[in-house]
Design a protein around this ligand. Structure first.
Ligand SMILES: Nc1ncnc2c1ncn2[C@@H]1O[C@H](COP(=O)(O)OP(=O)(O)OP(=O)(O)O)[C@@H](O)[C@H]1O
Ligand SMILES: [Mg+2]
Length: 257
């Protein structure tokens, strides 16, 4: 895949990564993600999916190689400029990382408030999105009082509400039933239609087959890039989440980020 550096959202060139003095968990990984692309990230437990996502959202630095995010070489970007780059990335963490002392509503509102969205718009967008993910009656609840699947939906709403340029999700449907998993995938697909590049780490092979997006597959530290798997007709129909109303996803930032 050749994409000009200026055009691609992410570029990894010969990336290696190890924790401390341990073995390399990611070895010689190179890929580029075009704007508006949609990838599943797969691989066995321990294959390095979360580690790769951590490199993508700049939580860790590679041991070797070059990472370019939104056309910027991360290694030479001044530290003070990294938070602005990070704000263009929405992340659904494997362990949610919600703020315990804030309500579900305030957790989801946070990215919009940081972006300077007017409070009347914040209320409207957050209420709409939380209702769409089935949490209309839990908006005032704090995360510790919610179930795992409910917390996961709050985490997803928080990650998508400000329409990030890049959305990274680590097992975002691991705690919900199949029906809700499809509904949440529909939300990611709608965000993708608005131009967001998406990378979703998952073990859920049936969802990967059903939705038919391209695949980044980690095995033994190496990355294979695959095209969409063939869709089965019946499953393809289901992937449109037939009859499900379109989600209204937040708002683009009101001031430049
Ligand atoms: N903080 C850490 N310190 C040391 N080693 C780690 C750390 N986090 C992960 N590892 C190791 O890195 C490798 C990749 O882990 P990672 O969490 O990226 O896998 P994963 O594909 O996300 O797995 P899962 O599907 O279970 O979430 C594993 O061998 C793991 O033991
Ligand atoms: Mg993981």
């Amino acid at each position: 895949m050749t994409i000009d550096n200026d055009d691609c959202v992410v570029r990894f060139e010969n990336i290696g990564f190890r924790y401390g003095l341990g073995p390399e968990v990611i070895q010689d990984v190179s890929f580029a993600l075009a704007p508006g692309s949609f990838y599943f990230l797969t691989g066995a437990s321990g294959a390095g999916k979360s580690s790769l996502l951590k490199l993508l959202y700049l939580a860790m630095k590679p041991s070797r190689g070059l990472i370019t995010l939104f056309g910027r070489d991360i290694a030479t970007t001044p530290r003070r400029e990294l938070p602005a780059l990070r704000r263009r990335v929405g992340v659904v963490f494997q362990e949610f990382r919600l703020l315990r002392h804030l309500s579900a509503f305030d957790n989801v509102a946070l990215p919009l408030r940081v972006a300077g969205t007017r409070e009347d718009n914040v209320s409207k967008h957050v209420a709409e999105l939380l209702s769409w993910v089935g949490l209309k009656n839990q908006m005032k609840a704090r995360p510790p009082t919610l179930s795992g699947g409910q917390q996961q939906r709050v985490a997803i709403a928080r990650a998508v509400i400000a329409r990030p340029k890049l959305l990274l999700a680590d097992e975002p449907t691991g705690n919900v039933d199949d029906r809700m998993a499809l509904r949440l995938m529909h939300l990611f697909e709608e965000l993708n239609k608005l131009g967001t590049t998406i990378v979703i780490a998952t073990h859920n092979e049936s969802l990967v087959k059903r939705l038919g997006h391209s695949c980044l597959r980690l095995d033994g530290g190496q990355l294979e890039i695959g095209g969409p798997p063939p869709k089965r007709a019946a499953m393809a129909a289901a992937s449109g989440a037939g009859g499900v109303a379109k989600p209204a996803i937040g708002a683009a930032a009101e001031r430049p980020r």
